[in-house]
Design a protein around this ligand. Sequence first.
Ligand SMILES: Nc1ncnc2c1ncn2[C@@H]1O[C@H](COP(=O)(O)OP(=O)(O)OP(=O)(O)O)[C@@H](O)[C@H]1O
Ligand SMILES: [Mg+2]
Length: 403
Amino acid sequence: MKLEIDKIFDAFDRNGIFKNKSLLQSSYTPSEIPHREEQIKQIASILAPVLRGEKTSNLFLYGKTGTGKTLSVQFVQEELNKRVKKDAKFKLKIEYLNCKLKKISDTEYRILAELIKKMGAEIPPTGLPTQLVYNKFIETIDSEKQIVVLILDEIDQTVKKISGDFLYNLVRLNSELSKSKVCIVGISNNLTFLDEIDPRVRSSLSEEEVVFPPYNAIQLQDILNRRARMAFKEGIVQEGVVEKCAAFAAREHGDARRALDLLRVAGELAERDNSRKILLKHIDEANNKIERDKILDVIASEPKQFQLVLRAIIYLSENPKNEPVFTGDVYSVYRDLCLRNKLEVLTQRRVGDIIQEFDMLGIIHVKVISKGRGGRMREIKLVIPKEIIKKANELIENSLSYF
Ligand SMILES: Nc1ncnc2c1ncn2[C@@H]1O[C@H](COP(=O)(O)OP(=O)(O)OP(=O)(O)O)[C@@H](O)[C@H]1O
Ligand SMILES: [Mg+2]
């Protein structure tokens, strides 16, 4: 046994693919940001007046996932911070917060509490009435003469998890301040988000806008090549590999994160294969693996009610004759599962919404079938591969007690 393990470790050592894997991980911040010069310049010139102590317009950045929004805004934040003068007559604070806080029930409280903490004041992590937290927030900002730039990344999450009031209060902040001024930089990859909110909030949030278009395949190749050169040992990447990663990611709405993930996972798979090079087939395998992990991540992060609806769909889809599954049947199985697990039973309508969400996530396909005289039925088909269904089932069963 020991010998075999030694062999595995030795081979791993010899055939190492990576020189520095962390360069391909999401936590790494690259020192250069090619193909975003335009956006960075725009953000910088819109925000530049804060260096003179002036309030700027609110700014809204949007573009699909992986188009460099977070990276670019944090770069400008750093550059601004480098120029803050110690002896200025006003203070400049630039605070970045990602609003997508995981598994927090009171998101509004947490967002305000985080911002208060970042600005150097104290607040208990839970327990105060929200109005008091608001007051404390305003008091903290207005405690001295200062310009505060609040960068709120994934700002659409505040509406999804809280309510529109949060943003309404936020854009009206300046009217409650006497010494200080606040500028808001909102970021979102939900391109319809602005259309869905109160028009007054919309026009205030997006006084200025910067768009992040998807990267094209050539730009992605360039981004990948710069990283690959430092991340991999020399001569490890088969010809065409970078091009293929870029092409896959360009198809996935020009997502640089996806491109970098593909390359990293392909490297890991090559290493596991004991291959001396990253081959084209490793990119295909990496692509499948990432797709699978993505679906499972979604399922794992859904609330129990969602998981039970999915479990009901999976259960009904496992019939030997492969008969279609209808919403009505899903509801009765779902209800049964809820009762057995002592969970609240949602209405048929809510379950209908959940089913629609699964459709949007690409886990199922829903087809509406007319039944004459205005009657309609929805036919459901699972569209995830068999091995993922098995894993999804395990996931759901682990989080519940009775099946
Ligand atoms: N021009 C670029 N050069 C180098 N790396 C880049 C570039 N653009 C994006 N990246 C890398 O791609 C990944 C995604 O970028 P980023 O986090 O900025 O995307 P985003 O637009 O904020 O996406 P999301 O909407 O999902 O938050 C990061 O790892 C980032 O370092
Ligand atoms: Mg981001």
